[in-house]
Design a binder for this molecule. Structure first.
Ligand SMILES: NC(=O)c1ccc[n+]([C@@H]2O[C@H](COP(=O)([O-])OP(=O)(O)OC[C@H]3O[C@@H](n4cnc5c(N)ncnc54)[C@H](OP(=O)(O)O)[C@@H]3O)[C@@H](O)[C@H]2O)c1
Length: 187
């Protein structure tokens, strides 16, 4: 009998940008027995514990991205969960490639910087490559500091917020806050 609980995340998972602020999310997925592919230019060696697979590639190169993802898929199977932290200029090319490595019923969780919540930001919609998938977005906001000012989120707050978003069927989760917009940290 499997040791994975009924609330275990879909497996296998892909975490793009999983070596930085999303490291804690990768660890949480692996701790729940989810086979997790970590995509970064320098993802490091696979973790000694937990089913973590390194996918070393630059996501700004669509051909290299396709090769690397399909090499990973040969080992893991198509991804049933994708957590995506992709810098804005690369999103248009990378998302189309990533979508090809997903199962039809995959859950896509797109992580976006606070600019996605700016008053001038366009209305939120799923990027076209993910129209056939379940889609959620997580917006990184800011937090209150100790001295009456605001600060950007810590890596731990970001990873914990993204991990919570995997468990909760909300279309949108804001980590910290984004209102009033004029409270954003200046640095
Ligand atoms: N509202 C907020 O509080 C907020 C919002 C946004 C960002 N931030 C902060 O800003 C910091 C800097 O942001 P960051 O984007 O550098 O985040 P990061 O998560 O620390 O690092 C970016 C991740 O993406 C990977 N990556 C970057 N470029 C890549 C490429 N071309 N191809 C493949 N993988 C790539 C990196 O690995 P490789 O370098 O090995 O490729 C790494 O895993 C973050 O650590 C976070 O604390 C805060």
């Amino acid at each position: 009998m499997s040791s994975r609980s009924a609330t275990a995340p879909p497996s296998p998972a892909l975490v793009v940008g999983g070596t930085g602020m999303l490291s804690g999310t990768v660890q949480a997925l692996a701790d729940q027995g989810c086979t997790t592919a970590v995509l970064a230019r320098r993802p490091g060696p696979p973790a000694r514990t937990g089913p973590v697979v390194a996918v070393p590639v630059d996501y700004t190169d669509p051909a290299a991205l396709k090769d690397a993802l399909f090499k990973a898929v040969r080992d893991t199977g198509r991804f049933r969960l994708a957590v995506l932290w992709v810098h804005t200029p690369a999103q248009a090319s990378a998302y189309g490639v990533i979508a090809q490595a997903l199962t039809d019923d995959a859950l896509v969780v797109e992580v976006l910087g606070s600019a996605a919540a700016a008053p001038s930001a366009p209305p939120a919609t799923a990027p076209a490559p993910f129209h056939g998938h379940r889609y959620r977005r997580v917006v990184l906001g800011f937090a209150d500091g100790d001295d009456g000012t605001t600060r950007w989120l810590s890596h731990r707050e970001i990873s914990e917020g993204v991990t919570a978003a995997l468990r909760t069927p909300e279309d949108l989760r804001i980590i910290g806050r984004v209102r009033p917009w004029t409270d954003r940290p200046r640095t």
